[in-house]
Design a protein around this ligand. Structure first.
Ligand code: C2E
Ligand code: MG
Ligand code: MG
Ligand code: MG
Length: 288
């Protein structure tokens, strides 16, 4: 009886499991091919600086246009790349593309590149970053590297040494998605981050949730004493923008200012946005 149940269960689940693992293997093959055929592209999303009332930089976000599936979201293929080790090649590619692109920007904007915690397992990471800067001819201070708290969870001492070596190159280090995951304020003591990015979920909820607002307040309060810049992610409404300014955020990113776009559309997008802003004047924009 037990045996039959067992077999039934087995027969029930096996085809599904096989389908999942077949799909996963196919995606891995496709991702490998994508790397070699240049199907991976970077898009750039503006980051607004309050003080200067200007675009201070862009976050580089990877995009994969699959030949038959269409666009595959990074939240789907980054984990796959991490599991298969392809993240090292993918990460290097992203870094090189972003640095080369940023080197063509004439207003000294920064480019922010996301690093996976898995990339910290590669002892060549610092060399890879140094080479990307050198090949592109990009001054180190124009590169920001975004990491998440998970980098400080495993191999903490080794990773902090790597972060310090990166900082010694002259690049800036940001703590991304702050407030989510295993968030602990003590991470801020373990390394002198240049910037904290408040996770989009807090910005999204700040209107309705006193807790979200209280966390934003706690983070911005800390920043003034620790001299860390604060970027608010996922700013979608004027009201969020106004409130976040009041709370002391220095930088803003979100659909209100612009979505991530391909490099060739970057100027066009900014133009449209700037016209929108100028029409209303600085007071109404709430920037001064
Ligand atoms: P992230 O680093 O936190 O990037 C911000 C994400 O929020 C991006 O999603 C961006 O498109 C989205 N976003 C920005 N403004 C808004 C907004 O106003 N509303 C909403 N709803 N979303 C907004 P995306 O591009 O899908 O990337 C997701 C995540 O994938 C990134 O989160 C990052 O963790 C990872 N990722 C993206 N590109 C790379 C890369 O080149 N390397 C690595 N290792 N990870 C990457
Ligand atoms: Mg990021
Ligand atoms: Mg983020
Ligand atoms: Mg986020």
């Amino acid at each position: 009886e037990a045996k039959r149940n067992g077999r039934n269960r087995y027969e029930l689940f096996r085809p599904e499991l096989e389908a999942v693992s077949r799909l996963r293997r196919q995606m891995e093959i496709d991702l490998r091919r994508a790397l070699h055929r240049g199907e991976l592209q970077m898009h750039y999303q503006p980051i607004i600086e309050k003080a200067g009332c200007r675009i201070s930089g862009y976050e580089a976000l990877i995009r994969w246009q699959h030949p038959t599936r269409g666009p595959v979201p990074p939240m789907e293929f980054i984990p796959l790349a991490e599991e298969t080790g392809l993240i090292h090649e993918l990460g290097t590619r992203a870094l090189n593309l972003a640095c080369q692109e940023a080197a063509t920007w004439t207003n000294g904007e920064t480019v922010a590149v996301n690093l996976s915690p898995v990339q910290f397992k590669n002892s060549e990471l610092v060399k890879t970053v140094a080479l990307a800067l050198e090949d592109a001819g990009l001054p180190a201070h124009r590169l920001e590297l975004e990491i998440t708290e998970s980098v400080l969870l495993a191999n903490t001492e080794g990773n902090i040494r790597t972060l310090q070596a990166l900082k010694d190159l002259g690049v800036r280090i940001s703590l991304d998605d702050f407030g989510t995951g295993y968030s602990s304020l003590s991470y801020l003591r373990s390394f002198p981050f240049d910037k904290i990015k408040i996770d989009r979920s807090f910005v999204r909820d700040m209107g309705e949730s006193r807790e979200a607002m209280a966390i934003i307040r706690a983070i911005t309060g800390l920043s003034s004493s620790l001299l860390i810049e604060i970027t608010a992610e996922g700013v979608e409404t004027e009201e969020q923008f106004r409130q976040l300014q009041q709370e002391g955020c220095s930088h803003f990113q979100g659909y209100l200012f612009g979505r991530p776009v391909a490099a060739e559309h970057r100027m066009q997008e900014i133009g449209v946005h700037e016209i929108g802003l100028q029409e209303r004047g600085p007071q109404e924009r709430g920037l001064q």
